[in-house]
Design a binder for this molecule. Structure first.
Ligand SMILES: Cc1cc2nc3c(=O)[nH]c(=O)nc-3n(C[C@H](O)[C@H](O)[C@H](O)COP(=O)(O)OP(=O)(O)OC[C@H]3O[C@@H](n4cnc5c(N)ncnc54)[C@H](O)[C@@H]3O)c2cc1C
Ligand code: FES
Length: 505
């Protein structure tokens, strides 16, 4: 069994790209090499723009390489909420944009001849609880009223689970996201697009309408347009995304049941904790991915039971199985649950963003790529107002906003005054803790051999106190979800800088 290792990234090896090793001038600089950055670079390079995509680590190595890869307009129970809050036309357009994205992906696969295990599948939201049935019925009723997708209310699904009710969306899809992105990457190179790995955006300046992106290699990229596809935006001002978004970690296991797999759809339950179930191709055979049990990043809770719960669920449904992989990753959630796509702010021309996909980024990455490409071409996109990133309405969601602000104040202010009683000798091997050295807080991790790694346990984004994630051996930020290796290396945005290290000697 492979711990902390994504099945997708092992299923196909992407080519590596060099670091940026000189200053360059391009039309467009795209920052972040996940599925959103790669898709956007693909569309723009195809239209003849001179593009450079920079990735701080390796392509697809973050959320996109750790997804479950359902390509669907069925985003849990969502359309009743959209309809009620935003009206029928809005809900219709959201659904239409996502349905169109499924077809766009299929068309790209066909026209570019990409071998990526694309399969049409029906998608289901089901419930095992009687008190959730009304919710499912109302959702089905709303989606039928919108009328764009072939949708049914059913009381039986292929999975051996006694469900109370389910809503079925026909003709959705799944694929291997790494093989798909490999196809796009080949086309970017054919279209003379440039890709640089291990090249981190550290800062930028703007002079005479030209962006100068400063990278960790000290070389820079001059461009007319700048696109942030770093999942959580790495520029704080004037976008203020840290006031309108947070991140959640979800967990995935890949299993091979001993009995033959007899189901064909893609499933997610309507209740909490979330459980999502689907197949994936593994050496031309089907395996099963089970995901869910999400929590807010940096929450101070015991995470060790997460995989155990998923395995318990797997056993309940499939009986005996071989565990192949387990991994986890995070995604961004906006205050109104609708992604932010388009202009970064009202005060920054030609700077674009795509974020807040709430674990539905396979379709929304395609929507983002199209909206941003149209913006650069000065073309109106039918869906740009649905996803408008500069909207303020989200902040009207007082409950989510209050929760976020409370958490930030706790971690930024209250926790800063919290003292810890532990000293370094109390930290066991393979354990991490914040300890006191006089009145200084130090984040300590001792590896299984007793080697000590000491960091300043405050986030390099906006200074919140970090919590130790014992499952991944990372320092996680409860404010906006940055994550750092125990060595202090920044892994997940919005942080850019690594944590400061302490040297005991
Ligand atoms: C467990 C789980 C399951 C999911 N399943 C599904 C699903 O079934 N269907 C679905 O539609 N969606 C799903 N999602 C959501 C989907 O995977 C994401 O929304 C999507 O992958 C996000 O893609 P991205 O390109 O925006 O971000 P990422 O893939 O995270 O890419 C961002 C990139 O930016 C880079 N970067 C960050 N900072 C810098 C910097 N300073 N300089 C340069 N590069 C930088 C990062 O290294 C990273 O590679 C799931 C999410 C999770 C957590
Ligand atoms: S991620 Fe914003 S303060 Fe840590």
């Amino acid at each position: 069994m492979q711990k902390n290792n994504s099945f997708w990234l092992n299923s196909f090896k992407l080519n590596n790209f060099n670091k940026l090793d000189k200053n360059i001038d391009v039309d467009i600089c795209i920052v972040g090499g996940g599925i959103t950055g790669i898709t956007t670079t693909y569309y723009l390079s195809k239209q003849g723009y001179k593009v450079a995509l920079i990735e701080k680590d390796t392509l697809m190595s973050k959320t996109s390489g750790h997804t479950t890869a359902k390509i669907t307009s069925q985003h849990g129970i969502f359309y009743k909420y959209l309809f009620d809050c935003q009206g029928k036309e809005f809900a219709y357009k959201y659904l239409e944009a996502n349905e169109k994205a499924i077809n766009n992906i299929k068309n790209i696969i066909e026209t570019e001849n990409i071998e990526c295990d694309f399969e049409r599948k029906n998608a289901y939201v089901f419930t095992e609880k009687i008190n959730e049935v009304q919710k499912i019925k109302e959702e089905a009723h709303t989606v039928k009223k919108l009328g764009l997708v072939d949708c049914e209310l059913v009381n039986k699904i292929d999975l051996p689970i006694n469900i109370e009710s389910a809503i079925e969306f026909k003709n959705q899809a799944q694929f291997n996201p790494i093989k798909y992105s490999n196809g796009l990457i080949s086309k970017i190179i054919e279209n003379n697009g440039m890709i640089f790995e291990n090249t981190k955006f550290e800062d930028y300046e703007k002079n005479n309408e030209i962006f100068k992106v400063i990278t960790n290699k000290k070389y820079s990229i001059n461009s007319k347009y700048l696109i942030l596809t770093t999942r959580y935006p790495i520029i704080n001002f004037p976008g203020y995304y840290f006031l309108k978004m947070y991140q959640e970690i979800s967990y995935v296991i890949a299993i091979k049941p001993k009995n033959t797999i007899k189901f064909d759809g893609m499933y997610i339950n309507s209740e909490k904790p979330t459980v999502s179930i689907k197949t994936a191709k593994y050496n031309n055979e089907d395996i099963v991915l089970i995901a869910g049990y999400n929590n807010k990043t940096g929450e101070d809770i015991d995470l060790r039971y997460k995989y155990e719960e998923l395995k318990k669920k797997a056993k309940e449904i499939f009986g005996e199985f071989e565990l192949l992989y387990e991994w986890n990753t995070e995604d961004c959630i906006t205050l109104d649950k609708i992604p932010y796509i388009g202009d970064f702010s009202n005060f920054s021309n030609n700077l674009f963003v795509a974020t807040g996909f709430e674990k539905w980024g396979m379709t929304t990455s395609n929507i983002s790529a199209n909206i941003i490409t149209d913006k650069i071409n000065n073309k109106t996109n039918k869906y740009e107002n649905i996803f408008k990133a500069t909207r303020l309405e989200a902040i009207k969601n007082h409950q989510e906003l209050n929760n976020m602000i409370k958490q930030s104040i706790k971690s930024l202010v209250i926790d800063k005054f919290k003292n810890y009683t532990d000293v370094i000798d109390n930290v066991k091997n393979n354990e991490g803790k914040i300890v006191m050295f006089g009145d200084v807080k130090v984040g300590i991790y001792k590896d299984p051999d007793g080697n000590v790694y000491a960091v300043k346990p405050f986030c390099t984004h906006l200074g919140c106190e970090l919590t130790w994630n014992d499952l991944n051996k990372t320092w996680d930020c409860p404010c906006h979800g940055s994550r750092f290796e125990y060595t202090g290396k920044s892994i997940y945005s919005p942080s850019i800088k690594n944590l400061e290290n302490y040297n005991f000697e």
